[in-house]
Design a protein around this ligand. Structure first.
Ligand SMILES: Cc1cc2nc3c(=O)[nH]c(=O)nc-3n(C[C@H](O)[C@H](O)[C@H](O)COP(=O)(O)OP(=O)(O)OC[C@H]3O[C@@H](n4cnc5c(N)ncnc54)[C@H](O)[C@@H]3O)c2cc1C
Length: 408
């Protein structure tokens, strides 16, 4: 091998040494997550367990403070008012925010998800329209938005959605129902709605920006076991009119937009799984050092310390894979395979680590006095969203069927 020529194609030449700016950003995110998100989430969880899901409410000022700290729109291009961070650094911030609280991190990330959908359209979207929306999301008071693919009868099988958009003068009229949508709630700035404009299958779908308060849009909140501090809603679209320039990526090109969107979002969802796993691991380590049984801290027992060691190893391995996927995205490589690996592996790790954290805490692990039981419920969500982990393995199988067995 000619060393002067640099690494051979296919040989991993990534270094993960953190730069000064990354360290500072991570420190800001960690402080906000631990000092603001975690206590807010604890209070929200208490309220909801006493009074039910109707008591859900994000504390006043929290969103605006997150915006002021640069933690809502860090991945949106600088030209549109965002932080312009690369995927690796964005993943670091996502891990920190999620380690504070997975539900609030998910909800506060909704504007960036929506932005990811618009950016996935590339040149096939009017720049002025895209910038208008992105600038609204970057408002100093912060904003929520949503990206709405899933329907009651089509989740994994996205090509089978039945929400319809019909021509209506120069614009479109959209009718249908979306479900399980993060950030779909009264007050949300905008929704990116996928609707059928053509025949059946993937080739007949288009994407539209719908203002969150458009006539004919209504919401209900879902009561789920995980990510309870987030807002997961149903959206009903009853003949909602949008202008012609609301289309994102061209008529019948929505499925392509969706696939490009997922390529960018999956490594970030994987990063959020790291945050849950790390929070649970750290909590379990602290507890094992503190808790005594048979006259000694339980950490002194190999049965406990080996369990913790496996948790720590899995998190480190998952983080290496997540950063690998993000690095591939930053290099403009095809992240379909490695992104699916990262999403499935990291969320499976989060499920296992949170389950083991409950085990380390014993009975206390099952009690709401400690956050590990709710992180275990949150981890379950990540095995399902953004394409279930079976779907990620199905995607990997498609690469193998084409003879592709290694990430670039
Ligand atoms: C908290 C939360 C937030 C969400 N946020 C959003 C959002 O913001 N926007 C949005 O559009 N959606 C969102 N979703 C929806 C999520 O993306 C879907 O739930 C997910 O894609 C799975 O779809 P489904 O629930 O319809 O399950 P189904 O597609 O009905 O799948 C049921 C089961 O069958 C398996 N399965 C299906 N097809 C196959 C196959 N071909 N091979 C093997 N197994 C298969 C699945 O893996 C799963 O285990 C959210 C969901 C949750 C829970």
């Amino acid at each position: 091998m000619d060393l002067a020529a640099g690494p051979e194609p296919g040989i991993n030449h990534i270094t993960f040494a953190l730069g000064e700016e990354q360290r500072e950003l991570v420190a800001v995110a960690r402080r906000f997550a631990q000092e603001r998100l975690r206590p807010a989430a604890d209070a929200m969880q208490r309220e909801m367990s006493e009074h039910g899901i109707g008591a859900w409410r994000v504390p006043d000022g929290l969103l605006a403070d997150a915006a002021a700290a640069g933690l809502l729109t860090y991945a949106i291009p600088e030209a549109s008012g965002g932080g312009g961070l690369d995927a690796v650094t964005s993943a670091m911030l996502m891990e920190e925010l999620t380690a504070g609280d997975p539900g609030l991190a998910s909800l506060f990330g909704s504007a960036q998800l929506f932005a990811g959908g618009l950016l996935a359209a590339g040149d096939a979207m009017d720049d002025a329209v895209r910038d208008r929306w992105l600038e609204q999301l970057c408002a100093p008071e912060g904003a929520y938005a949503a990206i709405a693919f899933s329907e009651p009868h089509a989740g994994s099988d996205l090509a089978n959605i039945s929400t319809r958009a019909e021509r209506d003068g120069d614009g479109w009229r959209i009718s249908g129902e979306k479900t399980w949508i993060t950030g779909a709630m009264p007050g949300t700035t905008a929704l990116l709605v996928f609707a059928r404009t053509g025949g059946p299958g993937a080739g007949g779908i288009s994407a539209f920006v719908v203002p969150g308060d458009a006539d004919g849009v209504s919401y209900t909140k879902l009561d789920l076991m995980g990510l309870r501090t987030s807002y997961t809603g149903q959206v009903f679209l009853d003949g909602v009119h949008v202008d012609g320039d609301a289309i994102v990526g061209g008529v019948d090109a929505g499925f392509l937009v969706a696939m490009r969107f997922f390529a960018g979002s999956r490594p970030q969802v994987a990063a959020s799984a790291l945050g849950i796993a790390r929070a649970a691991f750290e909590h379990a380590v602290a507890y094992a050092n503190e808790r005594e049984a048979f006259g000694r801290p339980i950490m002194d027992r190999q049965g406990v310390s080996f369990l913790l060691a496996d948790m720590g190893m899995r998190i480190e391995a998952a983080r290496a894979l997540v950063w690998r996927a993000c690095d591939a995205a930053d290099r403009g490589e095809d992240v379909g395979l490695v992104g699916s690996y990262a999403k499935a592996f990291a969320s499976d790790v989060a499920m296992q680590v949170t389950t083991d954290a409950v085990q380390v805490l014993g009975g206390a692990g099952l009690s709401a006095d400690h956050p590990v039981e709710r992180w275990m419920r949150d981890a379950k969500v990540l095995q399902i969203v953004e394409g279930t982990n079976q779907v990620q393995r199905m995607i990997a199988g498609r690469y193998y069927a084409q003879g592709v067995v290694a990430v670039p």
